[in-house]
Design a binder for this molecule. Structure first.
Ligand SMILES: [Zn+2]
Ligand SMILES: [Zn+2]
Length: 322
């Protein structure tokens, strides 16, 4: 099955969406040809800050010929059942995934968790507790913006978020709509970035706690986009990863659109030395959040995630489940 028998309507909707944010040039011709048998283990749906519903991502994956994907919404697993159901219909394996925010001095980093048990309610339950704390933080930001002469209601923010986990992008969108800033980027730059005047830190996991949580639920913890650990260079990154490995880390997302060849190869070598697996994904969100990233293809030419990486992830899961 290649085009997966997609109904014309879906294909049309997909191409319209892609047309709004033009795909990389190598999408021309047969889009399935170059990615057949590849995977994409990192993407977001409208259940977090992505723009597309879970089914849409699976449909696009089928169109591209990807054999497996993982839906890795931020701090929630709620979109997963829908993705899995659509995946069964279209012959795309959907791996349970989630991208967890972890507190790091001066910011956050992202930890991917793969292959948690879908029947394990404690996993989503803990994430929901954290989301509640996050809501307190969001309300503080909204109150602070009002104090700075930008009144908005939390209801407006909730409405903006829809079914997604509420976050700063939604606050930024309301600020833009109310005319307080001319773009979402300006909202971040001036007011709500990590060092902005209306920012409050998220109450969330610390690194050791997050790794313990993932391992306790027999899932595989993988550092997302290690370049954004912001340790400054590969050597410092390796030092930090060594520490994380002691706390239970099992893998590195070395194959990632923001990694140039030096980072990709350097991270692969680190993974070998530290006995970590390598994973990869596009981190597709949709055209508004990350305009240059497309599903499966990442950003621009040449990006793909080979199918073999899934086998390593599966083995790591067997080990994690023991
Ligand atoms: Zn991330
Ligand atoms: Zn992500």
């Amino acid at each position: 099955m290649t085009r997966a028998g997609l109904p014309a309507g879906i294909r049309h909707a997909m191409l319209c969406a892609m047309g709004e944010f033009p795909p990389p040039s190598h999408h021309h011709g047969d889009p399935a040809a170059s990615l057949r048998g590849c995977i994409d283990l990192h993407m977001h749906s409208s259940f977090s800050d992505g723009e597309m519903p879970p089914e849409y991502l699976v449909e696009w994956a089928a169109e591209l010929g990807l054999k497996a994907i993982s839906l890795t919404d931020h701090d929630t697993t709620r979109g997963l059942q829908r993705a899995i159901a659509r995946g069964r219909e279209l012959g795309v394996e959907v791996i349970p995934g989630c991208e967890i925010s972890v507190k790091l001095s001066g910011g956050t980093f992202h930890l991917l968790a793969y292959f948690y048990d879908l029947n394990d309610e404690g996993f989503e339950g803990t994430l929901r507790d954290i989301a509640d704390k996050r809501e307190t933080r969001n309300r503080k930001i909204v109150a602070s913006l009002a104090e700075h002469g930008m009144p908005l209601t939390y209801e407006e923010v909730l409405e903006e978020a829809g079914e997604a986990v509420v976050g700063r992008p939604h606050i930024a969108a309301v600020m833009e709509r109310n005319g307080y800033v001319t773009s979402r980027q300006e909202a971040f730059d001036k007011w709500i970035s990590n060092d902005g005047p209306c920012y409050f830190e998220k109450d969330t996991f610390g690194p050791e706690e997050a790794l313990k949580f993932v391992r306790e639920h027999h899932a595989v913890p993988v550092i997302a986009h290690p370049i954004w650990l912001n340790r400054g260079g590969l050597d410092k990154t390796e030092e930090y990863l060594k520490q994380l490995k002691e706390w239970g880390l099992m893998g590195l997302e070395a194959v990632y659109p923001d990694h140039d060849e030096v980072w990709t190869e350097g991270l692969k070598e680190i993974a070998k030395r530290l006995e970590l697996i390598v994973t990869g994904g596009s981190d597709y969100h949709g055209g508004k959040t990350k305009p240059h990233t497309t599903l499966g293809h990442g950003e621009g030419g040449g990006f793909k995630v080979p199918g073999e990486l899934l086998e390593a992830l599966r083995k790591a899961h067997e080990q994690a489940a023991r």
